[in-house]
Design a protein. Structure first.
Length: 45
């Protein structure tokens, strides 16, 4: 599982600021891992 955060200086609407990537035996398991990782990210402005 990996988080890739983009170094953007400002937020513009719903523009994504990063992605969570994961691998597993099935697509659904990988998706669950990535969702869990992205849910752990907290953004403070």
């Amino acid at each position: 599982t990996a988080l890739r955060l983009f170094g953007k200086p400002e937020v513009n609407g719903q523009r994504r600021m990063g992605v969570a990537l994961a691998r597993d035996e099935s697509i659904e398991a990988a998706r669950t891992k990535a969702t869990r990782a992205s849910s752990a990210v907290v953004v403070e402005l």
